[in-house]
Write a protein of this length. Structure first.
Length: 317
């Protein structure tokens, strides 16, 4: 299996309150706003990207700002987003911070063999902070309110809920070349979670699939995840994945130029939207690394409409 995904690239969720979203993810979680742009398919909406100090692939947590009601929780959805930190001491530090700032959170617990704490943002977006055992490098942001040693290192694992594993498992293993490595009881007490690994594995390269047939079908809204993206090294590899999906006759978007990366979208058998995204060229392609996210960035194909786009956007502060 020479064609391998190398981990989680980014995760895109939905907010209905961009100013509060910006405050929470930068001031509470201490992430860096690395790109302030618009949804390329709906330019009336912000698309905000938060990441580590270097805007590294695998650290991007992004949000579409849409005027929608709250998510209806259920299956056929991505149900919880993992965020990695570097030690057990840091997990405990975050639990104390959540308590101090009155962020909804659970108790520190061992889940799937890793010390973890679940929490939610103000729109009930669900997260799990996990100790990755220091397995991956950290690139702190020097202007974060969170001390460098406690900053969030990146994404993963990502948990999704499906009512039936059969066809999803076929796509994950036979099409996407993932390997099922283990199972564990779902912490919410509903069903079992199957862990699928990609590339070299580890928490930055795992998709956790909870099998929960008794749940209602989720309804997307504020607090929901829109899609998860997986890392592809470069454009040549993305072309190979495009051909592979075609070979399996899986419908897809075809390759889409997102300027900061190149993408390919498709839905797995339970309807959850997946994306393959290239590691480059990255967010510094149109503004200096030192000032990422400080002004509205538009890809070249939208630059001619800047005045109209800016006029329709609401202030973030």
């Amino acid at each position: 299996m020479s064609l391998q995904l190398t981990g989680i690239h980014h995760l895109t969720a939905i907010t209905a309150n961009a100013p509060e979203n910006l405050r929470f993810y930068t001031q509470v979680l201490g992430l860096r706003l690395v790109k302030k742009t618009v949804n390329q398919d709906d330019t009336s909406a912000y698309h905000l990207f938060y990441a580590d100090g270097l805007a590294s692939p695998g650290t991007d947590l992004t949000f579409f700002d849409w005027p929608v009601g709250r998510e209806g929780r259920g299956t056929h959805s991505i149900s919880r987003t993992g965020l990695r930190v570097g030690s057990a001491e840091t997990v405990a530090w975050w639990k104390a911070r959540f308590d101090e700032l009155k962020v909804t959170s659970g108790d520190v617990a061992e889940i799937d063999g890793r010390l973890s704490v679940d929490f939610e943002d103000g729109e009930s977006q669900r997260f799990r902070l996990i100790d990755d055992g220091g397995l991956a490098p950290s690139h702190p942001w020097d202007r974060s309110p969170v001390p460098a040693e406690h900053q969030i290192k990146g994404l993963g694992p990502i948990t999704m809920s499906v009512p039936d594993l059969t066809n999803t498992e076929i796509v994950l293993t036979h099409v996407m070349n993932m390997v099922e490595s283990r199972t564990y009881p779902s912490p919410d007490g509903i069903g079992e979670v199957h862990v699928f690994s990609m590339g070299e594995g580890g928490p930055a390269a795992e998709l956790h699939v909870a099998v929960q047939p008794g749940l209602p079908t989720a309804r997307q809204g504020a607090g929901a995840v829109h899609h998860v993206a997986f890392r592809v090294p470069d454009e040549a590899a993305l072309h190979e994945w495009t051909e592979r999906l075609q070979g399996f006759r899986l419908p897809s978007s075809g390759e889409v130029e997102r300027y900061y990366f190149r993408s390919l979208y498709f839905r797995e058998p339970n309807g959850i939207l997946f994306e393959f995204a290239t590691d480059g060229p990255g967010f510094a392609v149109d503004e200096p690394l030192e000032t990422l996210g400080e002004s509205l960035s538009l890809p070249p194909f939208l630059e001619g409409k800047r005045a109209q786009i800016e006029a329709r956007l609401k202030p973030l502060t």
